[in-house]
Design a protein around this ligand. Structure first.
Ligand SMILES: [Zn+2]
Length: 75
């Protein structure tokens, strides 16, 4: 389901991550989760976008730090 590029706003801080119909040049976290039978949100799809600043703050609150893998880019 690919529609026209929509404006992307950070759910956390309301900052505009990506302006409408612009070439994407900003990295952000997009989460889409379809909750299933074993959850209390059975049959619901939830999605949100988080800008990099909020992502960093969020991740800092984790008890276990995120796993970081260095990607060697082959250009
Ligand atoms: Zn944000």
């Amino acid at each position: 389901m690919k529609t026209e590029r929509q404006e992307i706003i950070c759910n956390c801080c309301k900052k505009i991550i990506q302006k409408k119909s612009r070439i994407p040049d900003t990295e952000f976290l997009h989460v889409e989760k379809e909750w299933g039978y074993f959850s209390e949100k059975d049959g619901e799809i939830q999605e949100f976008d988080v800008c990099e600043t909020c992502y960093d703050e969020w991740v800092k609150s984790f008890q276990i730090p995120v796993k970081t893998i260095e990607v060697t880019e082959l250009v």
